[in-house]
Design a protein around this ligand. Structure first.
Ligand SMILES: C[S@@+](CC[C@H](N)C(=O)[O-])C[C@H]1O[C@@H](n2cnc3c(N)ncnc32)[C@H](O)[C@@H]1O
Length: 266
């Protein structure tokens, strides 16, 4: 996404986070449930494409909800796919592809393409929308949840106060960006909403550890010219505890989550 040398690539970062991801993925679990609810608009699909399956959080729900469907799960991180494959080995209707959704060959046609908590990592997202559309059957749907620009804004603000010389460079897309890309890629928006989902953590250090274990650290929410050093991290943790207290020693962080249903335009 931005070629800075010290940063691990997206596949490397998520592969490394695979063993710890599920334990810390509270916001993603919530988003996966919302995505499943949104998908109820689609009458039982026979072929499903899942984009950015990760450890299989959404994949397992899909396999249970649509036991007769064949589900193609794609992810760019080999470690994530390996983890998902192992934990869902009892499900018969899953096949797995390692690769970038902007590049892999998608068999199709799918009645449903679905994704949860992944599109914020995909770049360029407009191109991915076009490729997914090409793999959809006539009248097929794209249903997804993804994190938007205000996600973890508390962390970005705290970082600006404590290390202003290392500002965040990369920002997640806005609702307007995403809806515009959908339109350009040839979808009709059926429904969408944006919800601020708040998660509480035991402390700022607990929060920082949690996002690290989810593979988020140094990602789009914290892209900068250089990583924070230990002293700066310590300052940030004190600032965060101070500004974003949820009471009882806890802190909070907000995830701005877009859930959308879009239909392939004729
Ligand atoms: C935060 S995880 C979400 C995983 C899962 N959907 C969930 O709800 O927990 C994001 C996933 O998107 C994958 N990903 C990022 N960019 C991708 C791309 N261009 N193509 C396919 N997968 C991608 C990552 O490897 C990672 O496993």
């Amino acid at each position: 996404m931005n070629g800075l040398k010290y940063q691990k690539s997206i596949p490397a970062r998520f592969s490394a986070a695979a063993p710890t991801y599920d334990h810390y993925a509270e916001a993603q679990e919530w988003a996966a449930c919302r995505t499943m609810e949104a998908a109820e608009i689609v009458s039982v699909p026979a072929r499903i494409l899942e984009i950015g399956c990760g450890t299989g959080l959404l994949t397992g729900k899909l396999a249970d909800a649509y036991p007769a469907a064949s589900i193609e799960a794609v992810d760019i991180a080999p470690g994530m796919i390996e983890h998902a494959r192992k934990s869902l080995q009892d499900k018969q209707n899953l096949s797995w592809t390692i690769g970038d959704i902007c590049k892999v060959i998608l068999p199709g046609p799918f009645e449903l393409a679905i994704s949860s908590s992944s599109f914020q990592w995909v770049s360029p997202l407009g191109k991915a929308f076009t490729r997914i559309r090409e793999s959809l059957a006539s009248g097929g749907y794209l249903v997804f949840s993804m994190m938007l620009k205000e996600t973890l804004h508390e962390l970005q603000e705290s970082r600006m106060r404590t290390a202003p010389q290392k500002p965040v460079l990369h920002k997640l897309p806005t609702r307007g960006d995403v809806l515009g890309w959908l339109d350009c890629a040839g979808y009709e928006l059926v429904t969408h909403d944006v919800v601020d989902f708040r998660v509480e953590y035991d402390s700022a250090w607990g929060f920082l550890k949690s996002i690290n274990k989810q593979g988020v650290t140094a990602g789009s929410v914290s892209f900068s010219q250089s990583l924070l050093n230990r002293v700066q991290l310590k300052r940030l943790a004190i600032d965060y505890d101070d500004y974003y207290s949820a009471g009882g020693g806890k802190v909070y962080a907000t995830y701005e989550v877009l859930t959308a249903v879009a239909e392939k335009r004729h």
